[in-house]
Write a protein that binds this ligand. Structure first.
Ligand SMILES: [Fe+2]
Length: 96
């Protein structure tokens, strides 16, 4: 989507034509980038989950609290990416 916004900002092209061309050119790339971003989130969720478990077993309650917060943020980001993928990006990529 960053590429789409960057190209859309070019004033020398008519908006409707450039938006169509941009959607066709970037949709599969957007889907791939989004999938890669989700892979990162999944990795982070697994790591923070493990660290939280270890902190809990070691009685590090301050660390457990921080890791719980971070884990919740990662899960929230993953859910947001899923929503974007399923509601827009994957459909646009399929149609391109
Ligand atoms: Fe993350």
């Amino acid at each position: 989507m960053c590429l789409r916004l960057a190209v859309a900002a070019r004033p020398e092209q008519p908006a409707a034509a450039s938006e169509t061309a941009i959607a066709m050119a970037t949709s599969p790339l957007d889907a791939g980038l989004l999938a890669a971003a989700q892979a990162v989130e999944h990795y982070e969720i697994s790591r923070y989950g493990t660290l939280r478990t270890w902190a809990n077993e070691l009685g590090l309650s301050d660390a457990v609290e921080l890791l719980d917060q971070t884990l919740a943020e990662e899960k929230k980001t993953d859910a947001a990416l899923t929503e974007i993928a399923e509601s827009v990006v994957n459909l646009e990529a399929e149609a391109a």
